[in-house]
Design a protein around this ligand. Structure first.
Ligand code: BTN
Length: 251
């Protein structure tokens, strides 16, 4: 069933939400809104993406009418290097929205994968578009199953709980949570977001992981975040590596 966007608009009066039956990627649609000068918080979503984008140039599986695929234009007074902490704030916002709308507790895998157990139920992609950040959020909501290539690493709220969930309620909660967490970052700086992320994520401290770094693989125990939100990993020989980009997996 298509999402009832009018019921969402009625609850979020004054917010611009473009809702499409199908598009290549909502990232492109939101960038278009930003270029036209939309207000911060304007969102573009779709029932289906034919070229959904994931991190590291990967594709994002975007099956029709089952997931939530939305990109939000954020006009925040943040330096461009704050993208990492912004993406962590968006992970916290997504986990909070899922908890409120579906009563499911999520884990966060640094920097911003949203997990149920060890499987991913939501992903976040942040791009910088001239004077705006574009926050792309994909949540697996009512998928009854996943294609073989991703079935081992992906789950949906429906698969995790055994029941379907309202995408309308989830979208309302998500837009509200993104407002709250991005305001916290803009007004309070990085510190509160990093502390909240440390509390919400089982990956920040004491977890044995492998991290792909180009040709190399680092293996060790996670050892907290530095002031910029990078992840420390302590190797078995006692030396520490600062992880600057994702690819973190449980060892
Ligand atoms: C990831 O690889 O974890 C990030 C996935 C981000 C997917 C969302 S779905 C809405 C928005 N549009 C896209 O094409 N990608 C993001």
């Amino acid at each position: 069933m298509p999402l009832d966007i009018e019921s969402v608009r009625a609850r979020l009066r004054g917010r611009q939400i473009v809702w499409l039956d199908r598009c290549g990627s909502t990232m492109t649609e939101a960038a278009r809104l930003a270029a036209l000068g939309c207000a911060s918080g304007a969102a573009a979503g779709a029932e289906e993406q034919t070229a959904g984008q994931g991190r590291f140039g990967r594709a994002w599986h975007s099956e029709r009418e089952t997931g939530l695929y939305v990109s939000i234009v954020l006009r925040l007074d943040l330096p461009e290097e704050s993208v990492r902490v912004l993406s962590m704030a968006l992970g916290l916002a997504t986990a909070e929205a899922i908890a409120r709308a579906a009563d499911v507790g999520c884990d966060l895998r640094w920097p911003n994968d949203v997990l149920i157990g060890e499987k991913k139920c939501a992903g976040i992609l942040v791009q910088v578009e001239r004077d705006a950040f574009i926050a792309g959020i994909g949540i697996n909501v009512n998928q009854p199953a996943f294609p073989e290539q991703v079935a081992g690493i992906a789950t949906s709220l429906r698969l995790a709980t055994g029941a379907p969930h309202s995408r309308e309620r989830l979208l309302i909660e998500l837009l509200g949570a993104v407002d709250r967490f991005t305001r916290m970052l803009a007004e309070g700086g990085r510190e509160p977001i990093l502390r909240m992320f440390e509390r919400a994520s089982s990956y920040v401290r004491g977890k044995r992981v492998t991290v792909e770094q180009g040709e190399h693989i680092i293996e060790g125990i996670t050892d907290g975040l530095d002031d910029s939100g990078f992840l420390w990993v302590r190797r078995d020989d006692g030396t520490r590596a600062l992880i600057l980009a994702g690819g973190v997996r449980p060892a």
